[in-house]
Design a protein around this ligand. Structure first.
Ligand SMILES: O=P(O)(O)OC[C@H]1O[C@H](OP(=O)(O)OP(=O)(O)O)[C@H](O)[C@@H]1O
Ligand SMILES: O=c1cc[nH]c(=O)[nH]1
Length: 196
């Protein structure tokens, strides 16, 4: 993302290694879904909000796993998408990003247990923006954070409650998450790209 050092943005990757396969991602999401249900003591009041672009399909995948434990629960009824574009703290210095719609479940987020879902946690600035965005839509009872990958290098006091994989990285590296819903059929993997 745009908070990474200029050096990492300006140079092309010289190598890429797969750190999570499609099966690894599936297993991590199944575990996180169970963790979310356990932390919430069930599915009551749960709302999963994905942060575009890849947080949304991850939220949908988690919601399907969570809904499968509760007969009659429609995964779509607990899933939404939270756009953070206008809440970023680098709006003036980054390239223009097009906002996407924020889509909330019909029950809204007031007094709900909202789980923010994203693919990568790095500086924490995206999640800081998400917390600001959330406040414009209501007042959840609890906000938690689930990420597929925590790569470290936090710049703000933000941590994830549910982590698929902790990946120690160098700031010169880039974590790339490929998901079929965004990147095309059969593209389900996490890579670390290294630069010279
Ligand atoms: O913790 P941070 O330093 O904020 O970095 C993490 C964010 O960076 C990536 O998004 P990006 O801004 O690249 O947009 P994308 O999801 O559309 O690729 C990733 O999907 C996270 O949302
Ligand atoms: O490596 C990184 C850093 C931020 N966001 C990503 O998606 N990957």
């Amino acid at each position: 993302m745009s908070n990474e050092p200029n050096q990492a943005r300006a140079t092309a990757p010289v190598s890429a290694r797969t750190v999570l396969s499609s099966d690894d991602i599936d297993r991590a999401l199944t575990r996180i879904a169970h963790e979310i249900i356990e932390a919430n003591k069930g599915t009551k009041d749960l709302v999963l909000l994905g942060i575009p672009s890849r947080g949304f399909p991850l939220a949908q995948r988690l919601a399907r796993r969570i809904a499968a434990t509760e007969p009659g629960l429609d995964p779509a009824s607990i899933t939404g998408q939270l756009d953070i574009t206008m809440y970023r703290d680098d709006l003036r210095r980054s390239t223009t990003r097009t906002p996407v719609p924020t889509l909330l479940p019909a029950g809204g987020i007031d007094d709900k247990v909202v789980v923010l879902v994203d693919d990568v946690l790095y500086s924490g600035r995206t999640i800081r923006a998400a917390l600001d965005a959330l406040a414009d839509f209501g007042r959840p009872r609890i906000v938690r954070l689930a990420v597929l990958v925590d790569r470290g290098h936090r710049e703000l006091p933000i941590r994830a409650d549910h982590v698929g994989k902790n990946l120690p990285t160098a700031t010169t590296e880039k974590v790339r998450v490929h998901l079929a819903e965004v990147d095309g059929a059969n593209e389900n993997e996490v890579l670390i790209e290294a630069r010279a």
